[in-house]
Design a protein around this ligand. Structure first.
Ligand code: EPZ
Length: 430
């Protein structure tokens, strides 16, 4: 079975380039089927969630051409199915974006209830409430969501919780609805803004993305465009924390520093130096990290997708830190794995009480989900001795070339597929 093998203890140093944002790209790929003209999307990350999504788009009849590793051309004029096959969609959470996109363009859609990382109940009631408000007839049948409408009309939609998925999904459908739709209490995440910018570049009329009130004036049709996806805020944050825990000096390049402010603020509280450039940040960590508290919140708060990386760092900090997870109720599962490496963390409900230890010890562990998996890699980089991480397919959903990028910063990490390769790695690194 494929796994990562790491020998910890090397301070990371150098420069790393951040890929395009997976969660923005998923919304953008869905939106790309809403025109019959050709759409070119640049800066797509080469990660498994994106590749599965591209296959899903192909499976409904669209033409997908991969120009190079990070660029795809999509032409959806040949779409002849408004139902996405179960095989693709169970694998990825963002399958639900095909509901909004197909409903907007074809006024009907059928998609299997979404899969994705098991980090909580993850209902989609707000998505469905939005579709109903726009005139969609929504039915759940045999594990699938079916939505149909004669015509989509506008409405004022108030979201009961701040949700990225529902905000994007409603934007997609409303972009081609009649009249002016508003979304109140909308999510403000950078990827919401990126999907809105992409739709606008196709001729949509969406204003206010990035605030909690989004106004969408439906248009008759959307046209082709060429668009470059924003950099991945979470991949960037992951490398920033990797620098912090390894006493590193890393320049994280191709980022939008504004999107990283909550992450930067926490690293500074923990005693790191963070220097901001136009499109890069440098994280220098010299001494033992200091305790702090973190509460995950919708943007511009500290992202839930950075919570495990935050905990991995604080578990090495001096003193007791408290981390509160306020977005997903089941996002501390990895703490058991971290305990095998010597951490001292007590989880009570949605709160982790963390007593910092001096060091992690290498161990054999497995990734319970995407972000926790990446956080465990960071723990391995800081640990004494060897750490092996199984179930890396979770990590590959959202991180492009993680071992290669870390190696280029001086980390001793390799993807291996059998015992022989593990032994070879151990001999090589000593
Ligand atoms: C997106 O998930 C991301 N996924 C997640 O990233 C991320 O953790 C999350 O946003 C929060 O930032 C994608 O973009 C594909 P939400 P999403 O709807 O859209 C509740 C990763 O690692 N809620 O913003 O599913 C929900 O239970 C992944 O890349 C409802 O109650 O998250 C949660 O408590 C993991 N009803 C909160 O809202 C709904 O209809 C926020 O969820 C929808 C959501």
């Amino acid at each position: 079975m494929e796994q990562y093998i790491i020998k910890g203890g090397m301070p990371l140093a150098g420069e790393v380039n951040i890929a395009g944002a997976k969660n923005a790209a998923l919304g953008i790929l869905a939106a790309s089927i809403m025109t019959d003209e050709t759409v070119t999307i640049e800066n797509l990350p080469d990660v498994s969630d994106i590749n599965v999504f591209l296959q899903a788009i192909e499976s409904i009849g669209a033409k997908v051409e991969r120009i190079d590793r990070h660029t795809a051309k999509i032409n959806a004029s040949t779409v002849d199915q408004h139902e996405v096959e179960e095989g693709y969609m169970k694998k990825i959470r963002a399958s639900y974006y095909m509901l909004g996109a197909l409903l907007g363009k074809y006024k009907e859609a059928k998609v299997v209830l979404p899969g994705g990382c098991k980090i909580g109940a993850r209902p989609i009631d707000q998505h469905l409430k939005g579709f109903r408000a726009l005139g969609g007839d929504v039915k759940i049948e045999h594990g699938s969501v079916k939505v149909k409408a004669e015509r989509l009309h506008s409405n004022d939609i108030y979201l009961d919780v701040v949700t990225v998925g529902a905000t994007i999904n409603i934007m997609l459908a409303a972009a081609l609805a009649d009249g002016k739709t508003t979304i109140e209490n909308a999510a403000k995440e950078p990827h919401v803004v990126d999907v809105a910018n992409f739709l606008n570049s196709m001729g949509a009329n969406i204003k206010g993305a990035g605030t909690d009130l989004i106004r969408i004036k439906g248009v008759e049709r959307l046209h082709g465009t060429t668009y470059s996806v924003i950099p991945d805020q979470i991949e960037a944050g992951t490398f920033m924390f990797a620098s912090a825990v390894t006493k590193g000096d890393v320049i994280v390049k191709n980022v939008i520093p504004k999107h990283l402010e909550s992450i930067t603020a926490k690293l500074i509280e923990m005693g790191c130096e963070v220097e901001e450039f136009d499109d890069a940040v440098r994280v220098v960590s010299k001494d033992r990290l200091k305790k702090t508290n973190i509460k995950t919140l919708p943007y511009p708060g500290f992202p839930t997708d950075m919570q495990p990386q935050g905990v991995v760092a604080l578990a090495l900090a001096e003193g007791v830190s408290i981390v509160t997870e306020s977005i997903f109720e089941n996002r501390f599962k990895y703490v058991d794995e971290l305990a095998r490496m010597g951490s001292n963390i007590k989880v009570e409900g949605n709160t982790a009480i963390i007593e910092g230890v001096e060091k992690y010890m290498g161990a054999s562990i497995s990734a319970p989900d995407l972000r926790a998996g990446a956080a465990l890699v960071i723990a391995g980089l800081a640990a004494d001795g060897f750490t092996s991480i199984e179930d890396i397919h979770y990590i590959e959903r959202g991180y492009e070339d993680l071992p290669e990028k870390l190696s280029s910063l001086g980390a001793l990490i390799e993807k291996v597929s059998d015992e022989k390769e593990i032994q070879k790695f151990k001999l090589k690194v000593g």
